[in-house]
Design a protein around this ligand. Sequence first.
Ligand code: R5P
Length: 304
Amino acid sequence: MIIIGIHMSEQKKWLVVPGPASKELAASITKDLGAEPIGIDAKIFPDGESYLRIMSDVRNKRVAIVQSTYPPVDRHILQLLLLAHKISEDGGEVYAIVPYLAYARQHRAFLQGEVVSLGVFARLLRSVGVRRMITVDIHNVEGLGLFSVPAYSVSAIPLMAEHFGKNYRLNRAIAVSPDFGGSIRVEAFAKVLNIEHLALQKVRNKTTGEVSFEDIADRVQGRDVILVDDIISSGKTMELATVRLKDYGAKRVFAVCVHPLLAGDALDRMEKAGIEDVVGTNTIPSPVSKVDVAPILVSHLLTL
Ligand code: R5P
């Protein structure tokens, strides 16, 4: 106990910087962490450039910048880089909390000549003095390997499952991933609720090239289905999966995602497909951001 006491008192205090993209989440993290908030002055000039000023002394402090990189993606990235640069220049130890990590879907070159955008983003973060990067449910954990500073992905999936358990009365529920790549995610979700799970397998017709899903009527007929994905962008993945699940006799379909990007008419599209409700987290502010990720980020920060 005494050793822990000495260790804790030697820890530098946390300061939390609310990036312009994540003011509310930063306030939640600051409160849960018992940290000092830092005021920043942030403006956008008429020509679109960002102006940023840090209003506190950061020298020798551990400074967590909370800045999600949802659209406008490149502006939010640049604001994060500008803040990190200034804080490290002034002697602060910079931790970048990037709840939604943009470009994570481009973590490798899928076609010859493609830019590995996440790799460039990672190098930029390091070049402005970021010491550690923490995100939530990175699209593919392989992406963490592109960072030359320690990089972590914490998972909001258990919190989302708990939210479902508390707020919905479900009938013979089954959790379904709309693609095979989400198998581990859907398994983690189902485990918390103690329900069955499966990942949809795409089947391509070799003659027409048309994509469909394998027949899973025996698994979903008459049941409530919770579709679990990391991102909803256009909503087309959820739409297609819902139409198929209903064809196979699913009763009600719910959609869960960590990062509700909700580009364009995504919400309308999903409503028209017959989705009962959409639940996301506040890594991205949106009308469906019902689950607060502050507790998992704070738990992680307290281990550092
Ligand atoms: C893809 O691999 C991701 O996990 C999501 O399924 C995808 O980003 C969703 O995109 P959209 O909503 O545009 O179909």
